[in-house]
Design a protein around this ligand. Structure first.
Ligand code: SF4
Length: 322
């Protein structure tokens, strides 16, 4: 089966320029060799601390920013080098939902027009047909057709995110990139939006690239999970495998901070020491060696490669070498 999206060795480096002549004096390695694929009806959770490059991956996959290297294949077609015009038919197949629903909605437009605009720009419907389709989309995301007349400020945070989801669904995409879609919402509302997304996935066989820093949310919605650190994936596995048997010390530390609902099952907390190093000057060897409790001399020199240590479970750490 061809994956809906297949990303290979994706890189995004930002040049750092200085002086009158704006000469390049370095680069920020925001994303540095990320690979993954997502099948139809599957959710890949992408987790990591702020600044690890998750959102840059989201925007690069959507071709909202240009990758420095690597390839992005959508349903088997390489879309990496396509021009804006060539990208147009592919845009319909993938949509994005951002973290802050308020700033991603035009405050001067009615909710119904925000969703309808997408349909008309892509010449899918006009006039009354647009209205009928928008009403249908509103119903799918749990909003009343009467709410189409409201402005964004008249909705709650959860409702605004529902409008964003309706807009994303308007073009009948196969892939939705969700960049921290519930982080700005109250916990009770988060659950409603996540459940809505899961229902829509079941009904429409949608694929999600779900980016979040809240591991409990990722555990709930994902089928597979990729853990990012300093622009690279350090662990990639089936959700169950990753949460029950994390192998990378960074994943271990992230999971140890997630509260366990059963008070008898206490996790040993591992507090990460130090800050995430600058992506402009990533440390030599293993990028995690400056904070790793198991660091060995070779970790300071040799870069570990991401390798399969169990079926479908990939880890980038010398402790799990061959
Ligand atoms: Fe820690 Fe070394 Fe593994 Fe990196 S390679 S995570 S420093 S043990």
């Amino acid at each position: 089966m061809t994956p809906v999206i297949e990303v290979t060795d994706l890189q995004k480096h930002y040049p750092v320029r200085k002086g009158l002549l704006r000469r390049q004096v370095g680069a920020v390695f925001a994303v540095d060799g990320v690979s993954f694929s997502i099948n139809q009806g599957e959710t890949l959770g992408l987790v990591g601390e702020s600044g690890c490059g998750k959102s840059t991956v989201a925007r690069t996959v959507m071709r909202l920013i240009e990758p420095t290297g690597g390839s992005i294949r959508l349903n088997g077609t390489d879309i990496t080098g396509l021009s804006k015009a060539e990208m147009r038919p592919f845009r319909r197949q993938m949509q994005i939902v951002f973290q802050d629903p308020f700033s991603s909605l035009n405050p001067r437009m009615r909710a119904g027009d925000i969703v309808g605009e997408v349909l008309e720009v892509h010449h899918l419907t006009r006039g009354r047909a647009t209205e009928a389709r928008v009403a249908e989309l509103f119903a799918q995301v749990g909003l009343r057709p009467a709410q189409m007349a409201g402005y964004p400020h008249q909705f709650s945070g959860g409702q605004r995110q529902r409008i964003c989801i309706a807009r994303a669904l308007a073009l009948d995409p196969q892939l939705i990139v969700c960049d921290e879609p519930v982080s700005a919402l109250d916990v009770s509302i988060q659950a409603q939006v996540i459940n809505l997304m899961m229902d829509l996935q079941r009904d429409k066989k949608l694929s999600y690239l779900f980016i979040a820093h809240d591991l409990a949310v990722v555990e709930h919605i994902s089928h597979r999970v990729a853990v990012m650190y300093l622009g690279r994936i350090v662990e990639y596995a089936d959700k169950r495998d990753l949460f029950l048997n994390p192998k990378h010390p960074y994943t271990e530390a992230l999971l140890s901070a997630v509260p366990v609902p059963n008070p008898r099952l206490k996790r040993q907390k591992r507090i990460l020491q130090g800050d995430v190093p600058s992506p402009m000057h990533p440390p030599p060897g293993c990028p995690f060696h400056t904070r790793c409790p198991y660091v060995e001399p070779r970790c300071r020199q040799d870069v570990p490669t991401l390798r399969e240590v169990a079926p479908g479970h990939l880890v980038s750490c010398h402790l799990h070498g061959l």
